[in-house]
Design a protein around this ligand. Structure first.
Ligand code: V47
Length: 354
C-alpha cells in the first residue's frame, strides 16, 4: 500500500513514513490533512477569548531560544504581586475573557505559595474562570526547587484552582537536541510523565513542539510520535500546537529558518500522524496570522484565541504583544472561508458565527 493509500485508509504511520511525508508536495499533503480535518470538524475553526498572563520573567533556568526571561539580553526583571495578577485577571474577565493562560518563568525567589496563591486568589474572586496554567517545566521546577514530588505539585495545582495545563516546555523531545537547547530543564521523559499523571487525575492538557531552529525533520516526527504514544494511554491531550521558533533577542544560533511551505507541511503532517489528538492549533502568535489562516486548509482547526497580551513570543520578535480584537479575528476567519466558533478551554462550543 502506498503512503497516500495508507493515509486514505486511516492506517497509522511509522517514524520513517512520517519523515517521508515531508517529501510529498505541499498541496497533496494539504489535501490529505484537510480531508481529515473536515471529517472531524467540517468548516469550523475554533478559538477562545483568552488572556495570556506572564507573571514573572525571573528564571532559574537557561533556555537558549528564550528571549523572555531576564538575562544579559533582557535586563528588565519583573515579578507581579498577587494583587497585580488579580487586577489583570479582573480586567480581562470584564473584557470577556473565558480563559486565563498563565505561564511564568522559573522564579526561585518567592516560594511555591507565590504560584499557588495567585490561582486561589483569582478563583476566590472569579470562581468560574478557566485557569490554564503551569507547564510541565514549571511543575518540574517546583519539584527541583522545593523538594516536592510531581504528585504533590499536581495536587496542589488542583486544590488551588488550576483547571488545565498548557502545552509549554515540550520544546523538542530528542535528548541530544534538548540538551543543547535547554540543559537542566524538565527532561522529555519527565515532561511526558507529568502530563500522564495530570491526565490520570481526570484533567486535560495541551502539547507543544518548538520547531524551526536546530532540529531535524526526523526530530519533529519523533516528537509527534512520542505524544501519540502517550495519548494512546491517557487520551488527555486536547490540542497539539507546533510553535514556530522566533529568532530575536536570544542565545540560539540558527542559520536556516523554515519557509512558509515547511511550516504548513508541519501542520499537515501533525494532523495526519496524530490520529488520536483532536485539535491541531495554528498559534498565530508564532506562525503570523496570515499563515495561521492558511493553515486552516492544511489540517489546523484551531487558532488559539484573542490572547490580549503576550510576552514570551513577542520578546523574541513575534507580532503578538497586543492580541487581536474579537470582531477582527472573527471576520478574518470568515474571510478565509471558515466558520468561526468561539469555544471554551475544553472545546465546548459557546458561539457559532455563521
Ligand atoms: O514552551 C519560548 C515557547 C512556550 C520561544 O497550551 C518560544 O494552548 C517561539 O506553551 N520562539 C510557552 N516560541 C508558550 C506555550 C503555549 C503557547 C500557546 C498555546 C499554548 C496552549 C501553549 O513558548 C515555551 C517555548 O517552547 N517559546 N521562546 C521563541 N523564541
Amino acid at each position: 500500500m502506498s503512503l497516500i493509500e495508507k493515509i486514505k485508509n486511516k492506517k497509522r504511520l511509522t517514524q520513517e513514513e512520517g519523515e517521508a511525508l515531508y517529501e510529498l508536495d505541499l498541496f497533496t499533503l494539504g489535501e490529505l490533512a484537510d480531508t481529515i480535518r473536515r471529517e472531524k470538524f467540517g468548516n469550523k475553526s475554533y478559538f477562545n477569548i483568552n488572556r495570556h498572563i506572564n507573571p514573572t520573567n525571573v528564571c532559574a533556568d537557561i533556555c537558549k531560544f528564550c528571549a523572555y526571561s531576564a538575562s544579559r539580553k533582557n535586563p528588565n526583571q519583573y515579578t507581579m504581586s498577587h494583587d497585580e495578577i488579580l487586577d489583570i485577571a479582573k480586567n480581562a474577565i470584564d473584557n470577556g475573557a473565558k480563559e486565563l493562560h498563565i505561564v511564568s518563568a522559573h522564579n526561585p525567589n518567592d516560594g511555591v505559595e507565590w504560584y499557588m496563591g495567585a490561582f486561589r486568589k483569582i478563583k476566590e474572586h472569579f470562581p468560574t474562570i478557566h485557569i490554564k496554567s503551569m507547564t510541565a517545566a514549571e511543575v518540574d521546577f517546583l519539584h527541583r526547587q522545593y523538594g516536592l514530588n510531581y504528585d504533590e505539585v499536581l495536587d496542589m495545582m488542583i486544590d488551588s484552582g488550576v483547571d488545565s495545563m498548557p502545552g509549554g516546555g515540550a520544546e523538542i523531545f530528542d535528548e541530544k537536541v534538548r540538551e543543547y537547547l535547554c540543559k537542566g530543564k524538565v527532561t522529555s521523559y519527565q515532561w511526558l510523565e507529568i502530563h500522564k499523571k495530570w491526565h490520570q487525575r481526570g484533567k486535560q492538557s495541551n502539547a507543544t513542539m518548538l520547531f524551526g531552529h536546530v532540529e531535524s525533520r526526523a526530530n519533529r516526527i519523533d516528537h509527534i510520535l512520542r505524544l501519540r504514544d502517550l495519548q494512546d494511554i491517557t487520551g488527555g491531550f486536547n490540542a497539539f500546537i507546533p510553535l514556530v521558533y522566533q529568532r530575536e533577542n536570544n542565545f540560539l544560533k540558527v542559520t536556516d529558518f523554515p519557509t512558509g511551505q515547511e511550516i504548513l507541511k508541519t501542520y499537515a503532517i501533525s494532523r495526519i500522524l496524530l490520529d488520536n489528538i483532536p485539535h491541531i492549533k495554528a498559534y498565530w502568535a508564532t506562525s503570523t496570522i496570515n499563515l495561521a489562516l492558511i493553515a486552516q486548509e492544511f489540517g489546523a482547526d484551531d487558532l488559539d484565541g484573542t490572547i490580549q497580551k503576550e510576552s514570551i513570543q513577542s520578546a523574541a520578535g513575534a507580532n503578538s504583544s497586543n492580541g487581536m480584537k474579537l470582531d477582527e479575528f472573527v471576520s478574518m476567519i470568515k474571510n478565509a472561508g471558515f466558520t468561526p466558533v468561539q469555544r471554551d478551554s475544553l472545546y465546548n462550543e459557546l458561539e457559532v458565527y455563521s
